[in-house]
Design a protein around this ligand. Structure first.
Ligand code: CA
Length: 354
């Protein structure tokens, strides 16, 4: 349904050749002479790989580890990479930023520890004239817009919900028995992260909207359960839901895996979703946490939604190489800016353990 943004080899190669004429090559270029100004394109300039400075908010983060591994792989042979671990401390990251600027990197890729501190990064990068690719932890759009050489690469909250909707469609197509009462509709319960959190609201809304758009008839059981992303709160709420509606719930949708796991615990307590058991209510979450992956592997949970770290790393690499080469951020890539004009959104990916 959603077209996945794929890095093309062609784009990378193009970027690579552009990098060869980067105006900010690290090595000092000899002063131009009259002979060099002749229009002789046959003489190959020795390739100067750009230097990419990468600041990571902390290495000890499962998702971000995937991103940086993909980024390193994508830059391998195309750039020199200097990567730093901010260890979850903004002051540390600020120092690392100073060092990278001092080293004269050609482009900065910044995963902010504190997204609110991004204006300080922009200020320094701007003063040094270094293009900056923010990723994952999103600075205020105005901050990104304040520097014409800044861009943001992240995800889109609505996408996680839409992906859940597509998963629901697929689950019920493949498993007609999930429609316990056989009415052709999916009786579902919804577990929301927080009442006013835009991410939570978007996931709740778009999961159902997308399933409906895919042709699934959705029928909510009870009120939306707001459980603050929390496993225990979700378990208690699910226990209450089951006490009132056992046998009438055909699907659990949770804004995150933490709550999904709590719902599964409540189900397991009354004999549902037991490994190898025959009573089962599909549960769909978001995040692809280890607990969720484990539950999916055991068959006690149906699916989750994964932030596609590999796609993110590839996107950062392409955009950064363009920037280092003095080209437009998205030149020769398949990426597009969203309505802000400064952000690229990488789609989520379904995770069903298959
Ligand atoms: Ca039904």
């Amino acid at each position: 349904m959603k077209k996945k943004v794929l890095a093309t080899v062609l784009a990378s190669m193009m970027v690579f050749s552009l990098a060869a004429c980067a105006p900010k090559a690290a090595a000092p270029a000899p002063a131009p002479t009259a002979t060099e100004e002749k229009k002789d394109a046959t003489t190959e300039t020795p390739t100067e790989a750009p230097t990419v400075g990468v600041l990571i908010y902390k290495y000890d983060d499962t998702y971000i580890s995937t991103v940086r591994n993909a980024l390193e792989t994508a830059l391998n042979g195309k750039a020199e990479v200097i990567m730093q671990d901010g260890k979850g401390d903004q002051a540390t990251q600020n120092d690392q930023l100073d060092v990278l600027i001092e080293k004269g990197v050609n482009v900065l890729c910044v995963n902010m520890v504190d997204a609110k501190a991004a204006s300080g990064v922009v200020e320094k990068a701007k003063a040094a004239g270094i293009p900056t690719v923010f990723f994952n932890r999103e600075p205020d759009a105005e901050v990104v817009k304040s520097y014409d050489k800044a861009v943001f690469i992240g995800t889109n909250a609505a996408d996680a919900g839409k992906m859940q909707g597509d998963i629901i469609k697929d689950l019920f197509d493949k498993n007609p028995a999930y429609d316990i009462n056989g009415d052709g509709k999916v009786q579902y319960v919804m577990f929301q992260g927080e009442p006013d959190n835009p991410e939570a609201i978007a996931r709740t809304k778009y999961s159902v909207d997308q399933a409906v758009a895919d042709g699934v008839q959705m029928d909510q059981v009870g009120e939306t359960q707001v459980c603050n992303w929390d496993t225990e709160q979700a378990q208690k709420a699910m226990e209450a839901m089951l006490a009132a509606n056992e046998g009438k719930i055909e699907l659990v949708i949770a804004n995150n895996d933490g709550m999904a796991i709590g719902c599964i615990a409540a189900l397991t307590n009354i004999g549902y979703n037991v490994e190898g058991g025959d009573k089962f209510v599909p549960v769909v979450g978001v995040d692809a946490t280890d607990a969720a992956k484990d539950a999916i592997a055991k068959g006690t949970m149906s699916a989750t939604v994964l932030q596609d770290g590999e796609a993110m790393g590839n996107a950062i690499a392409q955009v950064a190489l363009n920037a280092a080469a003095g080209a437009d951020f998205l030149e020769g890539t398949s990426y597009e800016f969203d309505e802000s004009g400064v952000a690229v959104r990488i789609p989520y990916a379904p995770y069903t353990g298959e």
